[in-house]
Design a protein around this ligand. Sequence first.
Ligand code: 5GP
Length: 187
Amino acid sequence: MNEKNTAGRLFVLSGPSGCGKNTVYDGLCEINPDVVQTVSMTTRAPRENEIDGKDYYFVTKEEFFKRVDNGEFLEYVNYGENYYGTLKCEINRLLEAGKTIVMVIEVCGALNIKRAFPDSTSIFLLPPSVEVLSERLRSRGQNSEEDINIRLSIAMDEMKQKDNYDYCVINDDLKTCVDEINAIIQK
Ligand code: 5GP
């Protein structure tokens, strides 16, 4: 599939789990009110404070795979023990409305989106170091030790893909990082 991005503009913000994608996205929204995000679907259980329909559409594996069979996903991945995917209807609706979409997803999905939307801009967010990444995952207090180890091992593989992105930005100082990404969006 090779989709033409006609009205809206599409950016993909990706990088390993714990590199601060969601924090950077929130910072971006504060300084750029035009930015919107697609809501992904996942089979992961909601964390405390996560809202269905806002953070994710939380569904069972059965429901997720029904939609896979119906061809409703633009892309989906198996990440750790769960599935995550971007619905076609979600992205098309926002593009047709002329929105500046910033998708916040993991690396395989980001590369698939770039293939489907060659006009999109991909941004890889790097942690300052692997030690900082590991500390961030632990300090979130949201993941078990086993889950952290799975995420760190996925992160090592994901970081090998950084040269396949249009831009690489280091998330060391949050404000500097957000400003840098906003400058890319406003180019
Ligand atoms: P978490 O469980 O921490 O919310 O998400 C795990 C990983 O899945 C993160 O790297 C997140 O960015 C990614 N992710 C969330 N939604 C999607 C999606 O729709 N597609 C893909 N490919 N990755 C996603």
